[in-house]
Design a protein around this ligand. Structure first.
Ligand code: NHR
Length: 205
């Protein structure tokens, strides 16, 4: 979230983060957003609210600021089908694996346990299928023999901070859409996610 805000301010002709919303009033991200001067809201989940009721409350809060795009960044509640349908093609997530590998939680642990030579992160449009929506861009990270979950996660996160703002820039510039179950970039359907080829071709940072 912080990287998304900072990118938008460092880059000319970028997007603007209009609001940061959390389900946890004490979330560190809300304090960080406030320090950055971004408006914040929290929509706490009370025990009395079922998932559908929570998502309706969340949607009402979101609709007050009429965003072009909803960007999940550290948001850990699974969103209902009704919520996802309401914002079809207008929700993005970044997931710390080379999707379709390792949807769900503990991805770094799984990549290490499988002795994968490559791990990474994927930006995708959100659908009702958890971490299963159309992929947009992916960054690879080489797994080192001495990696643990913390060292590997740190290098993956460096890449997340590059590819997520890029995808949001594309979307907000009108270059990226979600249609017919695919991501479209510059008028062409992506058969596979764009492979990020940043400023270090070794992918090892
Ligand atoms: N919602 C939908 N419909 N589709 C997706 O692809 C979503 C989503 C909500 C969040 C982010 C995702 C991730 O990449 C995300 C993608 C939370 C869980 C989870 O199991 C899984 C994946 C992601 C986020 N959440 C538990 C739940 O019951 C709670 C886990 C917790 O609180 O620690 O909601 O990381």
């Amino acid at each position: 979230m912080q990287a998304l805000v900072e990118h938008s301010r460092a880059q000319a002709r970028s997007y603007r983060v209009i609001q940061v919303i959390s389900d946890k009033p004490a979330a560190a991200g809300l304090a960080i957003a406030r320090d950055l001067g971004v408006a914040t809201r929290s929509v706490p989940a009370h025990k009395t609210l079922d998932r559908a009721a929570y998502d309706r409350t969340l949607a009402a809060t979101i609709d007050e600021c009429e965003p072009a795009l909803i960007v999940l960044a550290g948001f850990m509640r699974i969103l209902s089908e009704a919520f996802v349908e309401r914002y079809a093609g207008r929700i993005m997530n970044i997931h710390p694996s080379l999707l379709p590998k390792y949807p769900g939680l503990h991805t770094h642990r799984q990549a290490l346990a499988a002795h994968d030579p490559l791990h990474g992160a994927t930006v995708h449009f959100v659908t009702a299928e958890l971490d299963g929506g159309p992929p947009i861009i992916q960054a690879r990270v080489r797994v080192r023999p001495d990696d643990n979950e913390i060292t590997l996660a740190a290098r993956v996160q460096n890449q997340e901070h590059r590819i997520y703002p890029l995808a949001v820039d594309w979307y907000c510039a009108g270059r990226l859409h979600c249609r017919d179950g695919r991501a479209w970039l510059d008028g062409a359907a992506l058969a596979a996610p764009v492979q990020y080829d940043g400023d270090d071709a070794s992918r090892d940072h």
